[in-house]
Design a protein. Structure first.
Length: 179
């Protein structure tokens, strides 16, 4: 989660510049590669010295993938859903990450009762990551729908990233006036 804070700026830039599609596909590939490396790092090897770096590299790739995924629901809802459905779409997409963490926390002790079963657990984690990566790569064809779902989606646009940061920095909060 610490990595997510500085990477949130890069993710925001990517969403605005290269689009939702590439950002999600990149995030799914990083997540899949990270999951596979974590699994492969637990397999018995002749060179034990390679296992720890493989697991840490896998963890790093997973950490890099997280902001690319968790910061996209708002953009997804704004581009693909009409005004009346945006809050629901944003809520469902935003809650998928914590629900996945909850599910993993419940299932993990059942799958890996001993430390010897950790490779099996990491394989169980890698399989959905691989499936999701495949589905994202072949299934996400566009960052935006061919026809905007509403007039606000058609005209919605955000400031270019650097200009938006400058606006946020220079905007002053208005003090409430007393009546």
């Amino acid at each position: 989660m610490v990595v997510a804070i500085p990477l949130s700026f890069g993710t925001t830039w990517m969403l605005d510049t290269i689009g939702l599609r590439i950002t999600l596909i990149l995030g799914s590939w990083l997540n899949m590669l990270g999951a596979l490396l974590r699994f492969l790092g637990t397999l018995p090897m002749d060179a034990y010295k390679l296992q720890f770096p493989a697991v840490m590299l896998g963890q790093t790739l997973g950490a890099l993938a997280q902001p690319l995924i968790i910061f996209t629901p708002t953009k997804l809802a704004a581009l693909w859903f009409p005004d009346c459905q945006r809050a629901t779409a944003n809520m469902i997409a935003s809650m998928s990450n914590p629900l996945g963490i909850l599910l993993a926390s419940i299932i993990s002790p059942v799958i890996a009762e001993t430390s010897a079963q950790i490779p099996k657990l990491l394989l169980v984690y890698a399989v959905p990551a691989c499936i999701t990566c495949f589905l994202a790569t072949v299934g996400i064809w566009s960052s935006k729908p061919p026809t905007p779902p509403s007039a606000s989606a058609e005209s919605s646009g955000s400031e270019p990233f650097i200009r938006g940061l400058k606006l946020v920095k220079t905007q002053k909060a208005k003090k409430p006036q007393r009546e």
